[in-house]
Design a protein around this ligand. Structure first.
Ligand code: FRU
Length: 500
């Protein structure tokens, strides 16, 4: 009898969606990684080894606000499903009563055992290079190593390995530079808007090569740099991309900027560029770094933190978890008349086993068209032909008057992402916002790929030429999708929705 009652109560609870109404579950994304609980910020140590993609990340093991920074750890075989593993690198106490926090950094596979940390001939040693942060006192670069694919770690007993005696000096990112048979580290002096390049044969002794900086976006401090060789589409050529997390074109927000150029093993020389180039035009993409040690068949790829420090501590995801990561994105370069530009696409693996849940061809839209598909977790690709329309808008996560709107103005060629009516927006004065970017049509067409995942939106525009990533917090969950036009008709050439 008692058992029946309990089962009955459980069924009732599920039907009424009580479990669903807890904010942390309502907003928890499905194919974007979130920790089961607590705070996360930057991705760290993105590295591939033996079929596993590793995502280490800035993590507070004790709560859902920033603090006690340590490295959390998750692994994935398919870049869609992530398994959370035990804490990798914990904050620790120093003999003088201070604490060392483990700030951002990277991980490499030291297959030649250059560091000497591993047994002779062992090819699978991982070395983490991170900023050791002593609150209010110092930031220097330190090492830890793992001989069991990142499951257990030892801190190097002669840390730090690079110390300039500065309070702000952080976020090392290391690559192997085959021509010199040496490691190259990129690291920033955040307050000076400079990145420095260092060289080492063994990851332990580092020599300064050169400095780059005092240009581009300097509205905010510089953080989380990385230098990556990226292929140019349709050619055998590659260029070097230097990414820096810094300011946003909209004042006082954060964003990532990038420079494209040449690197000769010593100095980075950027192409001439008129404009500041941003990696993502949305408010919530920061601290992305590339993966290390990807198989040759892969393009370079990166993952970013979905958030903006402005309000990251206030997002209403509930008491359990706070913060999330973008999907993995492939990087390539496109040669344009104004120089090289970064192209980003969700990794191909995201399409694997995706079920096509809806599709439509050559559908004319006059006024308003509500899709017969509703959802809060999907991957939508659409090609729109403007025809006579002056304004073309697409609402996602629509429930009554609530929606997140992508709107294209044909006359100004402006695409905007409007989250002012997306749901909860007043938890922070600067959250409610509209992003505007210039997007030329291609043969009269606008192509969008929109990843919607409960509270995260990643919008890839014109085959990844621009991207907008943002949080939204709907209060109702009908998940409607609606197209509207003004000034004449438009046509959906092709629309496909993939479900997870
Ligand atoms: C960037 C950052 C890094 C630092 C880390 C600390 O978001 O400020 O510069 O290493 O977060 O959590």
């Amino acid at each position: 009898m008692k058992k029946t009652l309990i089962i009955g109560a459980f069924v009732l609870k599920s039907i009424l969606g009580i479990a669903q109404s807890q904010p942390h579950e309502v907003y928890r994304p499905v194919y974007h990684y979130t920790p089961p609980k607590n705070w996360v910020n930057d991705p760290n140590g993105l590295v591939y080894l033996d079929g596993e993609y590793h995502l280490f990340y800035q993590y507070n093991p004790f709560g859902n606000k920033w603090g006690h920074m340590s490295w959390g750890h998750a692994v994935s075989h398919d870049l869609k499903n992530w398994q959370t593993l035990p804490l990798a690198l914990p904050e620790f106490d120093n003999p003088d009563g201070t604490k060392t926090m483990i700030f951002s950094g990277c991980a490499v596979v030291d297959s030649l055992n250059t560091s000497g940390f591993f047994e002779k001939g062992f090819k699978k040693g991982m070395v983490a290079i991170f900023t050791s942060h002593i609150e209010g006192k110092a930031q220097h670069q330190s090492l830890a190593y793992s001989a069991d694919k990142g499951r257990t770690w030892k801190f190097y007993d002669k840390n730090p390995v690079l110390d300039l005696g500065m309070k702000d000096f952080r976020d090392p990112n290391v690559i192997w530079y085959p021509d010199k048979k040496a490691w190259i580290m990129t690291v920033v002096k955040p307050l000076e808007h400079t990145a420095q390049f260092y060289e080492s044969k063994d990851l332990k002794k580092w020599a300064l090569l050169s400095e780059f900086g005092k240009q581009g976006d300097m509205t905010k401090i510089w953080e989380c740099p990385s230098l990556t060789k990226v292929p140019v589409e349709g050619s055998k050529e590659s260029k070097w991309v230097l990414m820096i997390s810094s300011g946003h074109r909209q004042k006082n927000y954060l964003a990532m900027q990038y420079f494209v150029g040449d690197f000769d093993g010593k100095t980075f020389t950027p192409q001439k560029q008129k404009d500041i180039l941003y990696v993502d035009e949305g408010k919530d993409f920061y601290a992305a770094i590339p993966f290390y040690n990807l198989p040759k068949s892969h393009k370079p790829m990166m993952i970013g933190w979905v958030n903006d420090w402005e309000y990251a501590g206030d997002i209403p995801t509930g008491d359990v978890w706070r913060g999330a990561f973008s999907v993995a994105r492939e990087m390539s370069l496109k040669k344009t008349s104004e120089g090289f530009r970064l192209i980003q696409q969700p990794v191909k693996q995201l399409k694997n086993n995706q079920k096509e849940v809806f599709s439509i061809q050559n559908k004319t839209i006059t006024d308003s068209y509500i899709l017969p598909f509703k959802g809060e977790v999907f991957d939508l690709t659409v090609e729109l032909q403007v025809v006579q329309a002056k304004i073309l808008a697409l609402n996602v996560l629509e429930s009554g008057s609530e929606a997140t709107t992508l709107r294209y103005d044909v006359a100004t060629q402006e695409l905007s992402l409007d989250r002012t009516r997306s749901g909860q927006v007043d938890f922070h004065p600067r959250f409610s916002s509209i992003e505007r970017i210039k997007v030329p049509l291609k043969d009269g067409k606008l192509k969008l790929r929109i990843l919607v995942d409960k509270s995260i939106l990643e919008v890839f525009v014109q085959d990844g030429e621009q991207v907008l990533t943002e949080w939204v917090f709907p209060t109702k969950h009908e998940g409607g999708i609606r197209f509207t036009t003004q000034g004449g008709m438009a046509q959906i050439k092709h629309l496909v929705i993939g479900g997870f």
